[in-house]
Ligand binder design. Structure first.
Ligand code: ZN
Ligand code: ZN
Length: 309
């Protein structure tokens, strides 16, 4: 632990009981973490940053990030209803989003190429009508109609440009062909990012912790493309996903990528998972400015317009 080394060099001893003089064993401070850090000549470092990933150096030169918090989030950009594999109705999911105090909320049910979800154009358009009608009951919560598209093995997605342009937002995710070579997988993500109708890459590594390994890609190349095309990378808050994980978040951030911290909620109770996504983002050093769903709606909409290449 780096803070213990710093203590030793200063002739001190740091343990879970406090900070001691190494010679006399006298207790110096033990009340608060702030006191301990202060005596070591450091500002307090938030627990999610304590991974020896440069936080000591950042603390010393005053460049620790002001980490994103749950309260910073203004919206959720990925959720499902019982129109596909969610268990709650549109109305129930919107009520839950409203109870979270969000100011915008995207419904993103699965697109037709995930065949078992039996999505059709007609069902999607009928859902849009229901959302527009429901909007009248929620003056403080802007409802966005979206979809979770499937990135096929070549990087193409569901529907044609005409249909896609009817959505407010599209998340696009890998749901099949997980074992492509890294070259194929990289090309697949790059192609998806270059699609002007793809705004967020959902659960990018497609891992299920303990059940499915992450897909393999040249992530730096994917992240560079995401940054260039204005495509956000998702941090999926599901406890068995936590995808992107914090090490890749840090890499992506250095390459200029923006992020969306989403619940991918399939039930009302899943909204509570958001804290795991935020915790992962904190371990990835993200500030509110890095996270598009902390932004006011007009700034988000400008981002969703994507730059024309
Ligand atoms: Zn998905
Ligand atoms: Zn989803």
């Amino acid at each position: 632990m780096r803070t213990r080394e710093i203590a030793v060099r200063a002739g001190l001893k740091l343990s879970e009981y406090g900070l001691f003089d190494a010679g006399t064993n006298d207790l110096i401070v033990s009340e608060t973490e702030e006191q301990v850090y202060d005596r070591l000549g450091l500002p307090w470092i938030a627990p999610p940053l304590r991974e020896d990933q440069g936080e000591i150096e950042a603390a010393l030169d005053g460049s620790l990030p002001a980490l994103v918090t749950v309260d910073d989030l203004k919206g959720d950009l990925h959720s499902h209803t019982d129109l596909t594999d969610g268990t709650a109705s549109l109305e129930e999911m919107v009520r839950a989003a409203s109870a979270r105090g969000l100011s915008y909320y995207a419904i993103t049910d699965h697109a037709p190429n995930l065949f078992m979800q039996r999505m059709t154009d007609e069902k999607m358009l009928a859902q849009r009508e229901r959302i527009r009608a429901l909007q009248a009951e929620y003056p403080g919560l802007t409802l966005l109609h979206g979809a979770e598209l499937n990135i096929d093995p070549d990087g193409e997605v569901d529907w044609d440009v005409g249909f896609l342009s009817g959505f407010d937002i599209c998340v696009a995710s890998v749901h099949s062909h997980f074992t492509q070579t890294p070259e194929e997988m990289t090309r697949r993500f790059v192609r998806a990012c270059e699609n002007p109708h793809v705004h967020v890459i959902g659960h990018p590594m497609a891992r299920l912790i303990g059940r499915r390994s992450p897909v393999d890609a040249d992530w730096d190349e994917v992240f560079r493309c995401a940054a260039r095309t204005g495509t956000a990378m998702e941090i999926d808050s599901f406890p068995d996903r936590l995808d992107l994980p914090s090490d890749l978040i840090r890499r992506a951030r250095r390459l200029g990528v923006k992020f969306a911290i989403d619940t991918d909620a399939h039930a009302v109770g899943h909204h509570r998972n958001i804290r795991y996504g935020v915790g992962t983002a904190q371990r990835g050093w993200l500030t509110p400015d890095d996270v598009i769903n902390t932004w006011p709606l007009d700034r988000l909409r400008a981002f969703l317009a994507k730059p024309t290449p």
